[in-house]
Design a protein around this ligand. Structure first.
Ligand code: SF4
Ligand code: SF4
Length: 420
């Protein structure tokens, strides 16, 4: 049985730390390396690394072998997950290997440790940030474990859904991956339209693990408390997460709306640009609101708008390596597969025939809607990928939050024209 309560997992992990019991590390990408060093520096021996990537199998990392999953069928050695993202397929795989003593990645990541390689991610040194991070991760872990009992064919579950509540931002980052730097006349979302879109979507899907309210800067939308209160009424949402750049202190009204166990605020701390990040975190914690500080120094270089003219196979590879390919985004009454797709459509930065989405405003039969969402989430490449630099997991190469003095220009497509 996979434990579902945070205290239960915490005590299991503490027992591993105290007894220096060997563990297996499952997954060895970017987060896996973080987890590896956190475990090592806290004295936990790593017996082996398990990874599905055949190119890594047979290699060693700092003396620890990297082996295929089947090598550990039925093992009773505890498994620490080294992957951030969708727990459901991970737990399905571990379940099929009859591995049951499982620790989510948040527990080692919140141990004190230093990372011997360049990394854009830290979870903040404040224990309240770490506790909020653990709590959110455990919500995802527990929900994924509970859903293992449902048959795949019976459910439509989304790992996350983004709702873009505003295009307005208190910063103008030249490399914003959500493309806010290109909006010359940014708008708040139409509240009625956004809520109707969400109602349609939430009525069609069985479960959304994380509903994300973002922008732009969500805290400058005067209707933010209304969004928070309304989205809390959805019973099929695991957690509601607001992403902010740490420049705006929430109002008392917003704070009252945010005080709920399902609500989390992630503060992206870009150093000097996030001038009120510490103050914001303290205010939220003082009000009993779960807030997670993320210190971010580097970004992926992915916000240039141009037609790359790649081959179909090249675009498929871009898509397959993209960390945002399963991050559907609701904007202007439609569901898109990723934030790039929703925002290039709003900007008209790609020929209109390349936009792929599910209509959420016009009435549509429930069965067709479900098929539409499944179809969108089943695509193996998007037509707009050819206009996107791509977001591979390990490519954090440019300084975060460089500011642009004015909105950036781009080619606007008013009529149907093909790439090239
Ligand atoms: S803070 Fe920067 S990265 Fe975040 S939404 Fe605003 S412009 Fe984009
Ligand atoms: S357009 Fe394609 S490559 Fe770009 S973020 Fe979306 S899925 Fe990833």
């Amino acid at each position: 049985m996979i434990p579902l309560e945070i205290d239960c997992v915490r005590s299991q992990f503490q027992e591993i730390i105290l007894s220096k019991r060997s563990v297996l590390l499952f997954g060895f990408g970017f987060i896996g390396r973080h987890v590896f060093h956190a475990l090592r520096q806290n004295g936990v021996p790593i017996q082996a690394i398990i990874d599905n990537d055949t190119e890594k199998q047979g290699m060693k990392y700092e003396g620890v072998p990297i082996l295929p999953p089947l090598s550990f069928l039925g093992s009773d050695v505890p498994v620490v997950i080294g992957i951030k993202g969708n727990y459901r397929p991970i737990l399905q795989e571990l379940n099929s290997l009859r591995l049951e003593h499982i620790i989510p990645h948040s527990f080692p990541l919140t141990l004190d440790h230093t990372i011997p390689f360049s990394s854009p991610l830290t979870w903040g040194s404040d224990s309240r940030s770490k506790q909020s991070f653990l709590k959110l991760d455990m919500i995802h872990f527990s929900n994924a474990a509970r859903q293992l009992k449902l048959k795949e064919s019976e459910r439509l579950t989304l790992r996350s859904v983004d709702l873009v509540v505003t295009e307005k931002c208190s910063l103008r980052c030249a490399d914003c991956s959500n493309l806010m730097q290109y909006f010359a006349a940014p708008r708040h979302a139409d509240f009625g339209q956004a809520i109707k879109s969400l109602d349609t979507l939430m009525g069609a899907v069985d479960f959304v693990e994380e509903l994300r309210l973002l922008g732009g800067e969500p805290f400058i939308n005067p209707e933010l408390d209304g969004y928070v209160k309304y989205t809390l009424s959805y019973r099929n949402v695991g957690a509601i997460v607001l992403y902010t750049n740490g420049t705006v202190i929430p109002t008392e009204t917003q704070m009252r709306a945010l005080k709920h166990e399902k609500i989390f605020v992630v503060i992206s701390d870009y150093g000097d640009a996030s001038r009120k990040a510490d103050e914001m975190a303290n205010v939220l914690w003082e009000h009993g609101i779960s807030a997670i500080m993320q210190h971010i120094e580097t970004w992926q270089d992915c916000a240039l708008l141009r037609c790359y003219g790649r081959t179909a196979e090249e675009n498929r590879k871009i898509f397959q390596s993209c960390c945002m390919r399963n991050t559907p985004s609701v904007k202007d009454g439609k569901l898109f597969r990723c934030p790039f797709a929703s925002n290039v459509a709003a900007l008209r930065a790609v020929p209109p025939e390349l936009n792929q989405y599910v209509e959420l405003i016009n009435p549509i039969e429930s069965a067709n809607l479900i098929q539409g969402v499944k179809g969108l989430m089943g695509l193996s490449v998007l037509k707009v990928c050819d206009y996107c630099g791509g977001r591979p997991n390990n490519a954090f190469t440019i300084p975060a939050a460089r500011q642009a003095p004015h909105p950036l220009s781009y080619t606007r497509f008013e009529e149907e024209r093909a790439c090239g």
